[in-house]
Every structure is written in C-alpha cells, then in structure tokens.
Design a protein around this ligand. Structure first.
Ligand code: FRU
Length: 524
C-alpha cells in the first residue's frame, strides 16, 4: 500500500540473504546486515511499482529470537529521515545518497535538459555490496534530486560501473516517436562477467535489453564500459577494462548499434574505470588531442584514428590528493557548451551516519600547454558560484610574518576561498580553514594540504589557489588547475575560524575572496 519498505540495519551484523518476491515471483535478492534488535539506521526499499500486489520478504536465515522481520514495515516516509540532508556529516555541496553506500559515479550524461548522475549504490548497507545503479538528476550540476535506483541486481549479477549515451540517431531502435533513447551500458558482474545495456525514454524508468548481454566475457572481471559516439567513423566506441595474462589493459571495441561489438585494439597499463575523450589544447579547436585515463586518474595524451589510441606521453599523474577514484566525464553536453565535465568518487567516510561516501564537485577538464607539453587541468565548474551568499574581499596587501591576520574576523562553515598572490622565493603562505592547514611553500613550489605535499608550479611568478571546504572534505586547486588536491577532512562543527598568514618571507597578495556558501540540498 505504501511507497517504502523500511529495513532495520545494524552495521557489522551478519549479512542475511533477503529475497523480495512480488505475487510469489522473486524479484531481487540482497545481502543485508539486518538488525535482530535495535537498528543503527533504517534502509528503505522503494516498492511503489508493486502497489496493490502482495510483496513478501524471505530471509535465510535468522536466529529464533530475532526481531528483524517483525521490525520491517511499510510507510510513505523513510524511517529516521526527519533530518535528511541536515545530518552533521552530510556534505552540503557534494552529492551523497540519502541512504547506504556509494562508490563510482556512473552514466554521467545530459539528456532532455537534465544532468544525470548514476552511481554505484548499496541501498541496504553502510559498506560496499549489493551493487545497484543509484540515480540523481540536476538542472545546474549543483542541486541534485535523488530518484529511485535505476538498475537492480538480476540473474546476470550485481550492476557494476558503466556509462550512458544519448542515441540521437536511434541506432538501437529503442527510440519512439522521434524521441532518442538514453542508453546505459553497464557490467553485470556475475560469473561470467558481461556487458549489458538498458534504455529509457523519459530519464526515469529503465528497461534492460531483453537480449543482454551485448558483450561476452573476455576474461573474468572485465568491466566498466565507457562508450561514446565517434562521428568520423559513424560508430560507437567502447573502452573496457580487461585483465589479460595478469596485465591491466584497456580494450577498444566498436559497434554500429550498441548491441554488437567488435574488438579493435588495446592499450596497456590502466586499471578499472577507463575514460577516453578528445579535448582542444589551449581552447584551440584546430589542435585536439585524445586523453585516456582510468580509476587512478593518471592519464596519457595521444591520437586516435577510430581504431587505435597512440600515446604521445608516458602515463602522467592525475589528481595530487587523497580519496579520489573512478572519475568519469559527462556524455552529450551540448556542443554550444562544449565543456568536458568530470565527477569523481570522493572517498569521504562518514561513521555514525546512515550513508557513507560522496562525489566530488563537478570539475571542468582542459588541456593546456606547459613547458613539458600539453597537460590536463581541473577546475571547479562555474555553476558552483550560485551557492555564494556573502563575500569577504581583500585586495593588494603585502603580508610578512609581522602582519596581522586579515581573516581574523572572518567566519565560515561552508566556504570557497580564492587567492591570487606573488610570493617571494623564501615565502610560505598559510591558510587555516576550520582547522585544516593549506599552505603554499614558494621555496619548493609545493602546495601542502593537511601535511600532504603536491607540486604546484608558479606561473609567471604568481600562484592562485582555490579552496572549497565542506563538512566531509576539502578540494584545493592551484597553478591554474594543473594541481588538484582532493582531501577527505571533517572540520569540528564548532570551529568556524579562518586565518591567513605568512610564516616566512614576503607575499604580495593581489586579491583574496572568501565566499560563504549555502547548502545545495533542499531547505526543509
Ligand atoms: C571501481 C570498481 C569498478 C567496479 C565497481 C564495483 O571502484 O571496482 O571497477 O565496476 O567499483 O562497485
């Protein structure tokens, strides 16, 4: 009768095999740490599709005195959800799921005016497991609305990572009345491990292709298809992680219709979650290069003739921080926009919360020329500016170790700081943001975030820093985006202090902006 089944969850309890059947037909099986007594938190299962039918829950197996089944109840509300999005460790401008665990972003795509963020989701546990594709949509990449999970485990296995494309020319035949289908390409991680597709015409309801899989197992554990339309050869290209004779490889395949795939070539040396895209160098459309990257965010730059990637660089380092993994970029951003936008899995552990992990802010990727050749840059997307509420501005100041703290009176919970400065070669500039220490050491040209050092070259003797601080982490950018340092971090809730000083040398500060930010979640 109601929208949800609320399921009692106890972190660390024995995992029970829980099968849900509708009118006697088993629909989905999950491994759940059911609470026999008082739960830590409540997971919810959306059962609205089965309104009016008989839903039964079977557990194998429970102790005789367990209260687990008796506690399960149907409701139109998420039990314990009164405070949703206001929890002390809920990132306020980083996406996280209402309940359960997330890892990789999946199927990032722009379709019918909405950005879609799918993600590896365990709806029924605080840790990894029961892989579903969670689903959220946004019109501005900043405010996200969580929708019901798009894909649930089936007879082919749990739903591992993958991508999404808009099939503009209806090569699949899934389109109707001129409406191009949104197609998800994912790994069903059973035994064998196979690649499958599903489609939607409204961005809400997803139908798995009835002739899945579309690509059989090459070797066990092959996974994470990332697909794009290659206009010059008028066909789809898939990059797929495949372990071959103990070597990590990315395999390239082509397809006319997303259903039949032909092997093309391979590149060695990348593990899990490949992504592959073309970018102009220095915004010059006449000089484009291909970038191959994977879960670690290391990358190679090269050429692609529609069949084979030929690298022109060795493997280069990606992000320079911690807790960033399995990023992917959006498909089908309108050409009038033309940006390459990436979201990564931000490994922010949130103990005591009914959810765990999150996503980074959306990042714009570019290629710029450096003395060593073209390199990737990461910058936070401009849309994040809509979260600014009040601004503290500082212009042309010279800072020495004797200077008073220009931020002594500033306070912030959610904050964005932008700093442009010219340090002398002996100087160290130190920001303290709610207890986090972010310093730039001009002697070594390093950015140090909570003790973690990253190379951050001066550009024409100048440095620019961008710092975002949320309840679960920092994201720090330097050297025009050549240096990106994500860093999980939990500021003490009552520490709202900011400070800025030079501990060594002299720094000419051109401009500092401190923006207080508002939450991106709906206000209740
Ligand atoms: C990366 C990864 C992927 C896989 C998914 C499973 O974090 O291991 O390779 O598809 O997570 O959740």
């Amino acid at each position: 009768e109601n929208r949800y089944l609320n399921l009692p969850n106890k972190n660390g309890a024995i995992k029970r095999t829980v099968t849900v059947a509708v009118d006697g037909q088993p629909v989905v099986t999950n491994e759940i740490e059911l609470a026999d007594a008082t739960p830590d938190w409540w997971a919810f299962m959306d059962i609205s599709d089965w309104r009016g039918k008989t839903v039964s829950v079977t557990v194998d197996k429970l102790p005789d005195d367990s209260n687990a089944l008796a506690q399960i109840e149907q409701s139109d509300a998420i039990k314990g959800g009164e405070n949703i999005y206001r929890e002390p460790l809920r990132g306020q401008f980083h996406f996280s799921s209402k309940r359960g665990w997330n890892n990789d972003p999946n199927g990032l795509v722009f379709y019918n005016g909405e950005y879609h963020l799918f993600y590896q989701h365990n709806p029924y546990g605080w840790s990894w497991g029961n892989m579903h594709w969670g689903h959220a949509v946004s019109r501005d990449l900043v405010h996200w609305q969580e929708l019901p999970d798009a894909l649930a485990p089936d007879r082919l296995g749990p739903m591992f990572s993958g991508s999404a494309v808009v099939d503009w020319q209806n090569t699949t035949g899934f389109g109707r009345n001129g409406q191009p289908p949104l197609v998800l390409i994912y790994t069903a991680a059973g035994n064998p491990t196979v690649q499958c597709i599903a489609f939607s015409l409204d961005g809400r309801r997803f139908t798995k292709f009835d002739a899945n899989p579309v690509l059989n197992q090459i070797t066990g554990g092959n996974r994470d298809p990332k697909v794009f339309w290659h206009a010059p050869s008028k066909r789809w290209i898939m990059t797929l992680y495949v372990e071959l004779n103990r070597t990590h490889t990315i395999h390239f395949f082509s397809s006319p219709d997303l259903k039949n795939w032909t092997y093309l070539s391979r590149t060695d040396g990348f593990f899990e979650c490949p992504d592959f895209f073309e970018l102009p160098v220095d915004d010059n459309p006449a000089n484009k290069k291909w970038v191959l990257t994977a879960a670690s965010s290391e990358y190679m730059i090269g050429t692609f003739d529609g069949t084979k990637f030929v690298p022109e660089t060795p493997k280069l380092p990606g992000h320079r921080g911690r807790g960033f993994y399995a990023a992917q970029t959006f498909s089908d951003i309108p050409p009038s926009d033309g940006r390459r936008i990436q979201i990564g899995w931000f490994q922010t552990e949130t103990r005591g919360m009914p959810f765990n992990q999150s996503m980074t802010v959306p990042l714009e990727l570019k290629l710029i020329t450096t003395s060593e050749g073209p390199r990737l840059t990461w910058t936070p997307i401009k849309e994040l500016h809509i979260l600014r509420t009040s601004t503290h501005l500082l212009t042309s100041t010279k800072l020495t170790p004797e200077s008073s703290d220009p931020l002594a009176n500033a306070k912030a919970e959610l904050v964005e700081i932008r700093a442009d400065f010219e340090p002398d070669n002996q100087s160290i500039l130190l920001f303290t943001v709610r207890g986090a220490q972010i310093s730039y050491d001009a002697r070594t040209q390093k950015l140090i975030v909570n003790g973690h050092a990253a190379p951050a070259p001066l550009l024409d003797g100048r440095q620019n820093l961008v710092i975002y601080c949320d309840r679960t982490g920092l994201e720090v950018f330097a050297s025009g985006g050549l240096t990106y340092v994500p860093m999980p971090f939990q500021p003490a809730p009552d520490n709202l202090s900011l400070s800025l000083k030079t501990t060594n040398g002299h720094v000419n500060v051109t401009r500092i902006e401190v923006h207080n930010l508002e939450s991106a979640w709906p206000q209740q």
